[in-house]
Design a protein. Structure first.
Length: 48
């Protein structure tokens, strides 16, 4: 049987910790912004 799983992750931290990670240095675009990521079991999950 094939099951579809949906969900969400609530991160309850201080507001300062949710700021963007700064300028994205991997692109030449002027308005690119990097986001912070959570790494779990070899996978990365972006959060804003």
């Amino acid at each position: 049987m094939l099951y579809t799983v949906q969900g969400f992750l609530l991160i309850d931290v201080d507001v300062v910790a949710l700021n963007n990670a700064g300028k994205d240095t991997t692109t030449a675009l002027e308005n690119a912004v990097a986001t912070k990521k959570i790494y779990k079991n070899g996978k990365s999950y972006a959060y804003v």
